[in-house]
Design a protein around this ligand. Sequence first.
Ligand SMILES: [Zn+2]
Length: 433
Amino acid sequence: MAILHAKPTHYRLRCEGCGKTFSESGYRLYCDACGNSALLRTEYLAPLSLSGAPDRFHSYDSAIPCIPSVPGWNPRMAAFAAPELGAELGLDDLWVLLSGNAPEHGAEFATCSFKEAEAVGVLARVAAQTDKMLVVSSAGNAARSFLDVTLRTGQPAIVVVPRRAVEMMRVQSAGGRQKPLLIAIDDASYSDAIDAVSVLVGAFPDRLIREGGCFNVARRDCMGIPFLSAATRMGRLPDWYVQAVGSGTGAISAWEGAARLTAAGIVAKSDMRLLLVQNHPFTPMAEAWAAGHKVTAPMAPEEVRDKLSQVAASVLSNSTPPYAVRGGIHDILTASKGDMVSVLNDEIGKARDLVRARLGAAICPASGAAMAGLAKAAKQGKVGRKDRILLHMTGTDPAAAGGKLYAPDLVVARGDMQTLIRAIDGYLLRAVA
Ligand SMILES: [Zn+2]
């Protein structure tokens, strides 16, 4: 019996492509007409209203599709002015949104990343709207969050990661009788994990349901809550929102959240530009944006693996990000007059050292990439000295938080779908919904 009860709230879905609306009817990911060329967006029938302290997740329940109920889970989210760090970058009005595990700063995502909000929200939607089991692929952070949340709640789920991500699978929860199934694919990239999930959903269409990545409104709306919390506490939208991106889902969430805050009158309408950062050489979106292209260039599997092996922030490695889709990264960069920069590994390393020295926080490489990207943009004059900037550090270092390594239940060779399917078959037989 899943402990994760979820109450659907009142909302409808609107297509960013054709504008058609849908009443929610069971975990819809796509518009009937536009398919995967456009995002669906939630429209809540009542405006966003805070139901508690602005730094607590559940205070924003009016802005998520299905309200999770995990015992004891209502993390604090950290957002604060960071003048010392700003001075290092030549910026007068820098705010930091720290979405990780750093209780001394007020950041209480136990799994060290804002992906925890995604996991809780998606699992709530699965429980509320389907009888199927979630199968999710991840480059790292999201997998750790899904593992921890399902260990805590007992809700069965299957998590597929590239083997290189196994060392990041540190969990805080011991779990009970029913545990999630962790599959690691050898010599694989994030794309290989995504492909494996597609095969599995095809093999068990009546039993398994995919997360849907950026197309899942529960994922986006829940990942957007830390931004809502930060802007509420700032009392206005930032002039620049800065984040490192792999798929860019978090940035889309923040952009959608800004519209929600202004529509509700919680902050005044003002221009918010997006500065999005990728880790060189895994930079499909930064390259497309710089070249003025509306789509990212296709990457061959060997190119994906080669570039992935060269980046410090391995979680920023989606080779087919939602860039060209309506409502996706190209659209929001255009609408916000935003920009993208890419950063090198040693710039990320220096940024992490600087944050440790100035804030006393051990941030993850993706957060270091965001910080390094902001430093570069400040140096180049892309952002103004007096601009109010919100730098989203989306995770802290999981190794610094301790926890226990969660060993994969199965390591499978890339392409060995028979072994994979047999393992899933066994788990489905054992699992209790
Ligand atoms: Zn449509």
